[in-house]
Design a protein around this ligand. Structure first.
Ligand code: AMP
Length: 247
């Protein structure tokens, strides 16, 4: 399937622009969204970027874009995406480091979704962010049966990435309300790949919850309910913790 072009574009570094560049006067937010597949990280990250005026980086989007474009990285990572396994740390870190090296996101802030996913990646991120430390890690929690229901019915726009569900369809057939793109099931939302992704999450990503708790950066947010409700909870946590005068 195709990609969310602008969500991946930020990651192209250099002159690439994010969807919601921060206003010059606003403070930068450096936030990680954690949670299992299907918990709504992508949707919530998009909403947060709009309200905070910051950039959204989804490594999943970046890899899907690379696969769709048939780039060398795309060829390296395709097998992992297809099966729901994690892309090896050295590839992920190489790609992320290259783009952080462009500088802008460090200064201007970001919301990371889907990275870090292993302890090695979390430790690497701490290194990269030595002079621009993370503000907060928001861990979105949802029961597994809710996740399975969400993923089984999830449909996404191949063009802009807008997310739908078989119980919340676009207005016209499977044509995206936002951009008119085709709305389809993600290749890795199949039952088999989802089972692998959840198992991989428990084994490789859950340990970083403790890592961030020990750094005093972790906040747990209830992800049950409508997108707007969850967004309100996230914004409340952010508002309660940020010093608005810090730049
Ligand atoms: P996502 O859209 O975040 O669910 O990511 C889709 C797929 O991309 C995952 O199942 C992995 O194969 C790969 N992927 C994305 N981010 C990472 C990461 N930080 N580390 C390893 N693999 C990743």
């Amino acid at each position: 399937m195709s990609v969310q072009p602008d969500r991946a574009a930020w990651f192209e570094g250099g002159d690439a622009e994010c969807d919601h560049p921060p206003a010059a006067s606003s403070r930068p937010f450096r936030v990680v969204l954690l949670g299992p597949p299907g918990v709504g990280k992508g949707t919530q990250a998009e909403l947060l970027c709009k309200s905070l005026g910051t950039c959204h980086l989804s490594t999943g989007d970046v890899f899907r874009a690379a696969v769709a474009q048939g780039t060398p990285v795309g060829l390296e990572v395709q097998q992992y995406l297809d099966t729901g396994e994690l892309v090896p740390d050295e590839i992920v870190i190489r790609v992320v480091d290259e783009h952080f090296a462009a500088g802008g996101p460090l200064e201007d802030g970001f919301i990371l979704d889907g990275f870090p996913r292993t302890l090695v990646q979390a430790e690497e991120l701490e290194q990269v962010l030595t002079d621009h430390p993370l503000d907060l890690v928001l861990n979105i929690e949802v029961p597994t049966d809710t996740i399975l229901h969400r993923i089984a019915g999830r449909r996404v726009c191949v063009n802009c990435g807008a997310s739908y569900h078989i119980t919340n369809r676009p207005r016209v057939d499977w044509t995206c309300d936002v951009c008119g793109g085709q709305v389809v099931q993600r290749d890795d939302d199949t039952e088999e790949a989802v089972a692998t992704r959840l198992e991989v999450y428990d084994r490789q990503t859950v340990p970083i919850i403790d890592f961030y708790a020990n750094l005093g950066k972790l906040v747990v947010v209830d992800g049950v309910g409508g997108g707007d409700e969850v967004q309100e909870r996230l914004v409340k946590e952010i508002d309660g913790r940020f010093d608005p005068t810090r730049r």
